[in-house]
Design a protein around this ligand. Structure first.
Ligand code: PRT
Ligand code: ZN
Length: 285
């Protein structure tokens, strides 16, 4: 029987969340992060623990069947691999930044300037699209110090909270691309491995959709039911149960995380009371 080989980052920002996601999919693996690889005891997968930069190449070559990397690493690597699924964690952006006290007029500012980055491929593509000609200096780490030591006039680097830029006297001026953890896959998987990947994706979907939704329970007077139900589409339609108090009902439904606060506000205005919001572990549509 074949094993689906999954490459994940050995140690770094993606490691813990990647393993956690597979665990939430019911895939058990002994904590083998110190080892090179580990086989799951209850699902036919083998985890390979690697440097994130090496993962797209290993997936292209078939050393691994699928892998989890930052979208920035996937885009920069330019390997012939499939983007299988966005995983929703490790969200960040790749941005252009310049010294705080320098005036910024727009992206043409960078015309004829020098920019330090670890992402020359993504940056060059972006600059071409913007019709800006700049000199790109590829450096592999501590990009944020480049302007301070006179190496470059601007930088293009990963930003999350922005505090690294701030503490280096820089300001963010353009977002080049957004990024999150993604699953990439080999383009030539055989039937058996495709079947395993489908099973895994079914589980991943249930977990990721669950994370994006909340289970909501609320009470409302019966004369407000129609209005409240129209605000709560749910999976099919909301469940309505009578309360012990005459003339009142309890309504149960599912609402999307993105629309959550706006929806709750409307529900309260429509007369909902005693609203409970519960996380969903898994959701299968
Ligand atoms: O050792 P290995 O090569 O495997 O790991 P690595 O050191 O290359 O990568 P790692 O673990 O640092 O990051 C892995 C992935 O996490 C990246 O490819 C991104 O997709 C994602 N990610 C999310 C980040 C950040 N957030 C992040 N904040 N990667 C890096 N940073 C760094 C950034 O380079 C900058 O120095 O954090 C600093 C900025 O953070 P703020 O919060 O100060 O803005
Ligand atoms: Zn790396």
């Amino acid at each position: 029987m074949s094993l689906l080989k999954i490459a994940i980052q050995k140690s770094g920002r993606l490691s813990e969340d990647s393993l956690k996601l597979f665990k939430e999919c019911g895939i058990k693996v002994n904590n083998g992060a110190k080892k090179l690889k580990a086989v799951s005891s209850n699902f036919p997968v083998e985890f390979l623990y690697l440097r994130d930069d090496d993962i797209p190449g290993y997936v292209e070559d078939g050393i691994a069947d699928i892998g989890v990397v930052g979208e920035n690493v996937y885009l920069e690597a330019r390997k012939k691999v499939e983007l299988v699924k966005r995983l929703g964690f490790s969200k960040c952006r790749l941005s252009l930044a310049i010294p705080r006290d320098v005036d910024y007029s727009g992206v043409t500012f960078f015309d004829g300037k020098s920019i330090a980055t670890s992402y020359p491929v993504i940056l060059e593509k972006y600059l071409n699209k913007q019709n800006v000609k700049a000199e790109i200096h590829k450096i592999s780490g501590s990009v944020e110090i480049a302007p301070g030591i006179g190496l470059a006039e601007g930088i293009c680097d990963i930003v999350s909270s922005g505090s690294t830029l701030l503490s280096n006297g820089l300001k963010e001026v353009e977002t080049v691309t957004k990024s999150e953890a993604v699953m990439v896959g080999n383009r030539g998987l055989d039937e058996e491995k495709k079947r395993l990947l489908d099973q895994l994706l079914f589980r991943l979907d249930a977990v990721l959709v669950g994370k994006n939704n909340k289970y909501v329970l609320l009470n409302a007077p019966n004369e407000k039911l129609d209005e409240i139900i129209s605000l709560l589409p749910g999976m099919r339609s909301p469940t309505v149960l009578p309360l012990a108090t005459e003339g009142w009902s309890s309504i149960h439904s599912v609402i999307n995380e993105d629309e959550f606060w706006e929806n709750i506000q409307k529900l309260r205005e429509a007369g909902a009371e005693g609203v409970l919001v519960v996380p969903i572990e898994k959701m299968i549509r």
